[in-house]
Design a protein around this ligand. Structure first.
Ligand code: ADP
Length: 616
């Protein structure tokens, strides 16, 4: 499978500067109270959890094996009682108390940290969705839905894992390493140097891992995007797949994409196979060396260049605490995993957010109001890309209330012409005007409020018929909905459905026929009641009777407004005020039906062909 070429998406992703920092500064800062509360609770919980081994050490030296003064690190000895019984009771109370404090603060810490992570993610998710929706059609033409889905889905959940797990684990790591270091150094700094010398080595190993893992993670992420695109495409086209018995072909393509993902994942894992056991080994060696050196010290006095004494209590504290930093440090690999993942993911999320909408409101855009319905194309030239010109110097006018029919071969540019009126794309040259206003000078919302569009392939949302009719006019009453459906000649079939207007249409409206879907779309347009209506006539999926009825409702729809109709059957546009023949992006003929027949040109040819076919 060829590498997907560099898209606008990739370009903006590559330009994102320090994405994790941006994640925190843009989305983290507003949630700082949760973050701060989480961190404080974390410090308290972890410090309390270090207390029992330290108290145990102190108790061994003062209560059990000798009569050294009771001594806890960082606290003055004068705070503690001298009597052994009192020291013993204090020790027991401290040990119990620290477990209680650890539990309570771990709970608080979890709540605050979770709230921080999930509140941030909620904002990121809704923001990226809103930004994505504002992008223009050309973005969605190029972009695979699967890839956008993977940003909104996978990348968002990678960030969630990072903000939740990785942040908590790294906070724990910092507190544990710092806390253990302080305790060990204050118990016996020389043995502490021996024990803690493993930590720099662990950081060297981690650095080695990070440098090598970064490019592999990036490849793995790309492979996930690719796989999702594949799955999404195959699912969306399931009907095509089945009707062509192409299941094996699709399975093959998914297998390829999945295999690449598998290989890229294994590439990452092969590194962690070395890294994780390496970390554990270093931690284990540190434990072994501490045991050997400390034990020798207790039995024979200070070994090698070490000096001074080591108490049995301090030795016990060392042994306990050395084991305690194995777990948080072994998490370093996970934290690094999640950090690398989150860095790549946030670059993708911000990359998506940074793509500018090519079609957007001008700074000084005005509201289009009191529309009469005059439409003007003034020498319009347009291409979807820089290479091909799809429309070339198209000019025509339609007066308010006129019906303009566009006819011509497939691919001539008729739909494109209509999309420019809704400003789904911007012209390259010339201008499209509504009531004399260039569509680029009015707000998109107000333009689309006055220009309605019924496309050839009508899309219905999963939901009820009533919801679909009212899409765009969300506060329409049931009476208005029914009236619109009646005008679209849809009321009868809707009434006959099991739940009438409350019938669920199924995903994309699959439970309705093509003709029914189109009538729902017409009802939607009637309800919206725009002054200008663009209608792309359905080509094939309706029978003659349905077609006639649709035609009637369309004629009603067009009667008191400006209508631009793409006609596939010339019989439907006989009465249009103007017929425009579009060929290869240019207007080659224009006039009424009778004018054009009299000219005996292209239209007359098309008419004769269709009449013959119908008669024959
Ligand atoms: P018609 O409606 O007359 O059948 P269209 O306006 O759909 O023609 O298409 C005109 C030309 O523009 C065709 O060559 C088509 O391939 C191309 N085209 C249509 N839509 C797009 C798009 N979204 N991106 C790139 N090219 C497109």
């Amino acid at each position: 499978m060829p590498e997907p070429e560099d898209s606008v998406f990739d370009r903006y992703r590559d330009r994102v500067d320090r994405p994790i920092r941006r994640l925190f500064s843009v989305y983290g800062v507003p949630e700082w109270p949760y973050f701060a509360a989480g961190m404080v609770a974390n410090v308290v919980a972890r410090v309390a959890s270090l207390l029992p081994p330290v108290v145990l050490g102190a108790a061994i030296d003062s209560v059990f094996t000798g009569d050294a003064p009771y001594d806890l690190p960082l606290l003055p000895a004068s705070l503690f009682p001298n009597a052994q019984a009192a020291q013993f009771e204090l020790s027991a109370a401290l040990i119990a108390g620290s477990f209680v404090v650890t539990a309570v603060f771990t709970y608080l810490y979890g709540v605050a940290a979770n709230l921080f992570a999930h509140r941030v993610m909620h904002d990121v998710r809704t923001d990226s969705f809103a930004k994505m929706q504002a992008l223009d059609m050309s973005f969605f033409d190029d972009k695979q839905t699967g890839e956008v889905m993977s940003v909104l889905n996978n990348d968002a959940s990678n960030l969630e894992v990072f903000l939740d797990d990785a942040l908590q684990n790294s906070a724990r790591l910092v507190v544990m390493v710092a806390g253990i270091t302080v305790v060990l150094v204050s118990e016996n700094w020389q043995l502490a140097v021996v024990t803690l010398s493993a930590i720099p080595l662990m950081f060297v190993l981690t650095r080695w891992f990070m440098v090598r893992a970064a490019p592999r993670y990036e490849r793995q992420r790309a492979a996930v995007g690719n796989l999702n695109t594949r799955l999404e495409n195959s699912l969306a086209g399931v009907e095509l797949v089945k009707s062509n018995a192409a299941e094996d072909h699709e399975t093959g393509r998914v297998t390829d994409a999945s295999y690449r993902f598998f290989q890229d994942t294994m590439d990452v894992l092969r590194l962690s196979y070395v890294y994780r056991p390496g970390m554990e080994l270093l931690a284990g060696l540190s434990f072994a060396v501490t045991f050997a050196v400390g034990g020798y010290w207790l039995l024979n006095g200070p070994p090698l260049f070490l000096t001074g004494s080591l108490s049995p209590g301090a030795f016990v504290t060392f042994i306990f605490l050395t084991q305690r930093f194995v777990t948080p440090l072994a998490e370093v690999s996970n934290i690094v995993d999640q950090y690398e993942n989150a860095k790549a993911s946030s670059a993708r999320v911000f990359g998506l957010m940074d793509i500018p909408a090519a079609v957007a409101d001008a700074d000084d855009a005005t509201e289009l109001t009191d529309v009469e319905g005059r439409v003007e194309y003034d020498d319009v030239t347009f291409g979807y890309d820089d290479e091909d010109t799809v429309l070339d110097g198209v000019s025509f006018d339609a007066d308010p209330g006129d019906t303009v029919a566009l006819v011509g071969p497939t691919g001539a540019g008729k739909s494109t012409l209509c999309k420019l009126l809704l400003r789904l794309y911007d012209v390259d040259d010339g201008a499209v005007r509504v009531d004399g206003h260039d569509v680029r000078e009015v707000t998109l919302d107000s333009l689309r409020e006055h220009v309605g569009y019924v496309s050839q392939d009508t899309y219905l949302f999963d939901g009820t018929i009533a919801e679909n009719v009212a899409y765009g006019e969300f506060d329409a009453t049931r009476e208005e909905i029914v009236a619109a459906a009646e005008a679209a000649d849809a009321h009868e079939f809707i009434r006959d459905l099991p739940d009438g207007y409350d019938t669920e249409v199924g995903e994309r409206g699959v439970k309705l026929s093509g003709g029914q879907r189109q009538r729902v779309a017409i009802a939607r347009a009637i309800l919206a009641d725009p002054e200008i209506m663009v209608f792309d006539e359905a080509t094939s999926d309706v029978d003659t009777e349905t077609e006639r009825r649709i035609q009637e409702s369309l004629d009603d729809l067009a009667a008191d407004r400006t209508a631009v109709v793409i006609a596939h059957r010339l019989s439907t546009v006989r009465d249009a005020d103007q017929i425009l023949v579009v060929e290869d992006g240019e207007l080659t003929e224009r006039g009424t039906h009778d004018d054009l027949l009299a000219r005996e040109g292209r239209y007359a040819d098309l008419w004769n062909v269709q009449m013959t076919t119908l008669d024959g």
